[in-house]
Design a protein around this ligand. Structure first.
Ligand SMILES: Nc1ncnc2c1ncn2[C@@H]1O[C@H](COP(=O)(O)OP(=O)(O)O)[C@@H](O)[C@H]1O
Ligand SMILES: [Mg+2]
Length: 260
């Protein structure tokens, strides 16, 4: 599938569930990568991971019974070709969200059917159970080696990440979005590592700010005009913008730092 152009709500094919969106779901529509990725990828001073799209189609499981459930299917060859174009390892999520607590299935490490089914299946299952809005495609991305000093939930890296909050063309604040109350660290001495990760993020805010500003300028008329914008630092010191969300839908920040 070619990179999507920015679609409107009415042009979007929902994979799950196969019904019309409710009003509150419509408000969350701009959270889909299909909405924000095309404009984001065109900003010249902002790096994004190379990204490929795989269509999802709605499928009914055990239709007509009390066990009826809606899920999504994809074409295995289409997925394999997308992963080949990206190269191994690759990161997988849907247009709506990753299965963030399932780190072993977010990284595709081979082209085998078993591996592709495991990773794509987990992304779909997680979205079906947890995503707040319907999703419509699998997204395969260049794997980024994110700088990190500890892991949580059995292997998920807590990376050097900065989340900016924009309002119109103003970048108002930022935060280190990993709330210590909400993570389950894999090590006992994680508090030092947590502080170190957060300190590195803080030291880099000035450097990343012009990139966040470019995103704010581009997105001031998209959706509500207010966004959360996530940047991660890779082990070779480069900053990538990996995720965005309408600011209202983004988790409330536990410790925001004001910029203006
Ligand atoms: N391309 C990538 N390669 C490796 N890890 C990634 C990549 N993109 C995101 N991640 C990691 O996975 C986490 C979740 O991915 P993200 O795309 O932000 O989805 P979510 O909607 O679940 O927040 C990020 O916080 C980051 O740590
Ligand atoms: Mg994210």
């Amino acid at each position: 599938m070619d990179q999507p152009t920015t679609r409107t709500i009415d042009e979007w094919d929902y994979a799950v569930p196969d019904r019309k969106l409710t009003d509150s779901e419509k408000k969350r529509f701009s959270g889909t990568m299909e909405y924000w990725y095309p404009p984001l990828s065109k900003i010249s001073n902002v790096k994004t991971p190379q990204t490929e799209w795989v269509n999802l189609k709605t499928v009914k499981i055990e239709p007509g019974t009390i066990h009826e459930m809606t899920s999504a299917t994809y074409d295995m060859e289409e997925l394999r070709e997308a992963v080949k174009r990206i190269g191994l390892p690759a990161f997988i999520r849907t247009d709506m969200t990753s299965s963030i607590k399932e780190s072993d299935t977010m990284k595709i490490e081979s082209l085998s059917q078993t591996e592709l089914q495991k990773c794509a299946g987990q992304a779909i299952k997680y979205n079906r159970n947890w995503a707040e809005v319907p999703f419509s495609s699998l997204v395969v991305r260049e794997w980024l080696d994110i700088e990190h000093y500890f892991t949580v939930w059995g292997g998920k890296k807590v990376g050097v990440e900065i989340r900016f909050f924009t309002s119109g063309s103003t970048v108002e604040s930022w935060c280190f979005d990993w709330n210590p109350e909400e993570i389950r660290p894999d090590t006992n001495n994680w508090k030092e590592d947590y502080q170190k990760t957060k300190d590195i993020a803080k030291e880099n805010v000035e450097e990343v700010l012009p990139k966040a500003q470019a995103v704010a300028n581009k997105f001031k008329d998209y959706g509500t005009g207010s966004w959360s914008v996530d940047f991660v630092r890779t082990t070779n010191g480069e900053w990538y913008c990996t995720d965005m969300a309408p600011r209202k839908q983004s988790q409330v920040c536990h410790e925001p730092f004001t910029l203006v």
